[in-house]
Design a protein around this ligand. Sequence first.
Ligand code: 8ID
Ligand code: ZN
Ligand code: ZN
Length: 372
Amino acid sequence: MPEIPKKQKAQVIEKTGGPVEYKEIDVQQPGPDEVLVNIKYSGVCHTDLHAVNGDWPLPTKLPLVGGHEGAGIVVAKGNLVTDIEIGDHAGVKWINGSCLACSFCQQSDEPLCAKALLSGYTVDGTFQEYCIAKAAHVARLHKDIPLDAVAPVLCGETPQSLRNVRTGCGTDLCVAGITVYKGLKESGARPGQTVAIVGAGGGLGSLAQQYAKAMGLRTIAIDSGEEKKKMCLEQLGSYAFVDFGTSQNVVKEVQEATEDGLGPHAVILVAVNEKPFQQAAEYVRPRGTVVCIGLPAGAYLKAPVFESVIKMVTIKGSYVGNRKDTAEALDFYRRGLIKAPFKTVGLSELQKVYDMMHEGKIAGRYVVDTSK
Ligand code: 8ID
Ligand code: ZN
Ligand code: ZN
């Protein structure tokens, strides 16, 4: 049996608006249907920053330990848990648990469950060394996804350490991949078709390009700045980049980037800004689908009725993924198809990551090492 300490380090939000505080808290015991996961690495998602800022019309628990993209090792389990063992590798994701009995859960739409527990939002999440999750919902990470081998080059505590880049995909990142994989499936785009990824330079966007490529889709990346452009075109497989910061006409440029000028077959919106949500229906191809995933604060969808009707456009939301989507998304990673750039820092440096994220300065994803 692994030794479980009574105390651990965690990043805690005491009040909405932050800041996060790096401090010592108690390690919790798992309930009968739960596991305790020793989190090794956790991805930092813009959702975590929305939680700190209180951006959404859904209150968080307080005090709160954020984080929902954690990868680690099961160290304890409740007596009802039979299909996951101590020592198994597991991922703690946004849907921490659900009732498994309501009409949505029965049909594998557990993200829609009214009783769903949300990691790092309504229950404590992965920005701590030991995290609790419902056993039914933890992602099963195959042992041939070695947690240590995906561990990025360990960094010091100086700001320079924030520049250590490693390309690959930690298991933590693949937990983030579920959302974009699901969104691509929801788009209905078929191999050979073109998908615009809006917010392509961010965490979800960079994974979306890799999943799209693995699914046989062609991608147009939309974001801003030279660093993100280079990453999208040279590392992530997009064949075109539209810079929303310098473009005189994003709608026109996106359409012109498609072979026949009619626009992409689908649009995956992962930006944290309202404007692109209002442009997508204009440049999507007739019969095309706009999939909304990003959750900018207080934003509204707006689309021209005339064009949406005569182009027969579909506009829909997509919210994380179910347990099967999780297993499928992880399988893409296991087969070596998903490589998105990320940088690793200690959990103690989380506030710095949030500050950079707030300024839109992060190309790809940051991952925190809970031991530092
Ligand atoms: O299930 C879901 N629907 C789900 C799951 C996980 C995350 C939704 N999300 C939401 C997050 O809460 C967040 O609102 O997806 C959004 C994106 O999360 P992220 O990828 O973690 O954010 P990021 O790394 O900050 O990337 C956002 C990118 O958007 C770009 C930025 O430059 C950045 O690279 N962007 C912005 I801000 N405005 C843009 C614009 N007008 C834009 N890109 C294109 N056009
Ligand atoms: Zn996330
Ligand atoms: Zn339910």
